[in-house]
Design a binder for this molecule. Structure first.
Ligand SMILES: Cc1cc2nc3c(=O)[nH]c(=O)nc-3n(C[C@H](O)[C@H](O)[C@H](O)COP(=O)(O)OP(=O)(O)OC[C@H]3O[C@@H](n4cnc5c(N)ncnc54)[C@H](O)[C@@H]3O)c2cc1C
Length: 556
């Protein structure tokens, strides 16, 4: 449409005054279905997630919800209006409450109604984890902050199950699809958080000094936690020392009689990103808690929760990559520069295709891992997930920030502006690598798994080898990986300095194997050549000339 067609007027207050006339900007990317547009997610749910074609109606419904202008606006508002801490009432009583913007409650309520928190536990079976993962990813793609309590609530179930009496009390509330904000003992639903990290030690939780002293049927906890996200959750799993060593305790915010459990929120963190979600410092002062798991085995008890939140860090990063690809390709399909659409210009289509490859690889491995968390997982699936979750958490979360940055640049100046979602995404991606195991800690965990669970290496390699014989570069890469792994498997403790190198290669091998088995040749070939081949590059937009950029972008 030309300016004249648009009815340009001489009235400077009119939207049609010449300088207000807007051309060559994309239309808003709203009121679309984020599930139906996401071909890699749809396909890999079925290829690897164990989901049958008829089981995705709820995802289609969520795709429309999160693609709506309303939810996208709520995501923007939630990040523009961060939570506010109220330590005291106006009369001076301690209340320790956090006030969230209504937009945050709306997104959280819709995610819970869709089962993004605990549907895989509530309705277990083949494909349940991938279905829940896809729900989680669709919501996290648009609003990442609420995904923190959603993830922790899902993840806490396994650990709570170690204490049957507490499980009987709390799991029905965790499975509820009802979200009511505020603190009360008789709400139908509940959300969980976790409090491990202290000032003197985060990764090394053995340094925890919070004390738990026995009292009647419970414990009284005293200490300080340096990070405790989503502090308006209804209960927390907390690590604390008692006479048997480090224990795990369930700490509710409100006790059964309705009185508040001491939970003194000292302040909220002023964070780089993740702004819609509150992360607090909290003090326990004779705070009531109940033991989960065996005395002195608190780390073991909370590991179930940690393992599943690690998976959710992968899902969250993959969801962020999907948002980045979707927003970047949308912009490039509408924006013209130097006489042609950006998406049709080779330098741009190479960047977009490369971003799409990364996103698809992250999506495929997310679905494969989710399947390994289904309740029918036998010993080899459990062994696979033990190692593959750590390998993938390291790699996918590390790939997130630069991916977001490149996608942001595809929007030019708009990308840097907070009105568009990729500025928020750029600030969001790094936390996925820090939370629940930083890069080095996870890479060292892979070495630990090699030492303590050698069968996990066998299960991992068996999965990777399923694509053997499909691509010469892949086969060469695997042969070299086997050579590199041989001495590491003999004495993993001697390879701490090379841990990242080893893990990176394992992660790429797994992603390539999945894509070779299930993605179209345009995707798998470009991934293998650009990530595993001798001319590997270190940035996005360097796919070799042999790449079928159009074929890759057709799926984005
Ligand atoms: C937004 C946000 C929300 C959070 N929410 C929660 C929460 O709800 N509950 C909770 O308990 N925690 C939470 N955390 C804390 C987070 O889990 C920790 O920050 C993380 O585990 C790292 O611990 P740390 O900060 O003590 O760093 P450290 O453990 O001191 O690590 C610092 C650096 O040293 C490296 N390092 C550590 N050990 C080794 C080693 N042996 N060899 C080589 N390098 C090593 C790490 O990789 C890291 O790069 C949150 C953090 C953030 C940023």
């Amino acid at each position: 449409m030309t300016a004249n067609d648009a009815g340009i007027t001489a009235d400077p207050h009119s939207a049609n005054y010449p300088t207000h006339y807007v051309s060559n900007q994309p239309p808003p990317r709203v009121d679309i279905n984020e599930y139906l547009l996401n071909i890699p997610l749809q396909e890999h749910l079925m290829n690897f997630g164990g989901v049958s074609a008829g089981a995705t109606a709820a995802l289609e419904a969520t795709g429309a919800v999160v693609g709506s202008a309303k939810v996208q606006d709520d995501a923007r508002l939630a990040h523009k209006n961060p939570p506010i801490l109220h330590t005291h009432s106006k009369y001076g009583q301690r209340i320790d409450e956090v006030e969230y913007h209504p937009s945050y409650h709306r997104v959280l309520g819709q995610a819970i109604a869709a089962g993004a928190h605990t549907s895989a536990w509530e309705q277990p079976g083949k494909g349940a984890s991938a279905l829940r993962a896809a729900q989680f990813m669709l919501f996290a793609q648009v609003e990442p902050g609420h995904a923190c309590p959603i993830s922790m609530s899902h993840a806490a179930v396994e650990s709570i199950g170690l204490a049957p009496e507490l499980a009987g009390e709390w799991l029905p509330r965790l499975y509820s699809r009802n979200y009511s904000p505020g603190l009360s003992a008789d709400k139908p639903g509940a959300l969980f958080g976790m409090a491990m990290t202290e000032k003197q030690g985060g990764s090394d939780v053995r340094a925890n000094t919070t004390r738990a002293v026995p009292a009647a049927d419970h414990f009284l906890l005293t200490g300080h936690k340096w990070f405790c996200s989503a502090p308006m959750s209804d209960a927390f799993l907390v690590l604390a020392q008692d006479d048997s060593g480090l224990g795990c305790f369930l700490v509710p915010r409100v006790l059964s009689g309705g009185e508040r459990n001491p939970f003194l929120i000292q302040r909220l963190k002023d964070k780089l990103g993740n702004r819609s979600n509150a992360s607090s410092e909290v003090e326990f002062a004779n705070t009531v808690g109940w033991r989960i798991g065996d005395p002195g085995r608190g780390v073991r008890a909370i590991m179930g929760m940690v393992g599943r939140t690690r998976l959710d860090c992968i899902l969250g990063s993959a969801a962020g990559m999907r948002q980045s690809v979707a927003e970047a390709t949308w912009h490039a399909r509408y924006r013209r520069a130097f006489g042609a659409r950006l998406v049709d210009q080779p330098a741009m289509s190479n960047v977009l295709a490369d971003l799409a490859l990364e996103s698809e690889a992250a999506t495929a491995v997310s679905m494969r891992l989710s399947r390994a968390f289904d309740d029918d997982a036998g010993p080899s699936e459990r062994a696979f997930r033990r190692l593959a979750t750590a390998v993938t958490k390291y790699w996918v979360c590390k790939r997130g920030p630069n991916h977001a940055y490149e996608a942001m640049e595809c929007l030019g100046g708009n990308g840097y502006i907070e009105d568009f979602p990729l500025a928020m995404r750029y600030r969001e991606q790094p936390v996925m690598a820090i939370w629940e195991g930083t890069g080095n800690v996870i890479a060292l965990d892979v070495l630990r798994a090699m030492a303590t669970d050698p069968e996990s290496v066998e299960a991992f390699l068996a999965e990777v080898r399923l694509a053997s014989g499909n691509h010469r570069i892949f086969d060469d890469f695997i042969a070299r990986l086997m050579e590199q792994l041989a001495p590491v498997r003999q004495s993993p403790q001697d390879f701490a300095g090379q841990a990242r190198t080893v893990v990176e290669r394992m992660a790429l091998a797994l992603q390539a194997s999945l894509l070779l088995r299930a993605a179209p040749p345009a995707v798998s070939d470009a991934f293998v050549v650009s990530r595993l081949g001798p001319d590997r590059s270190f940035n996005y937009g360097n796919l070799p000339p042999s790449s079928d950029l159009t074929g890759i972008l057709a799926r984005a």
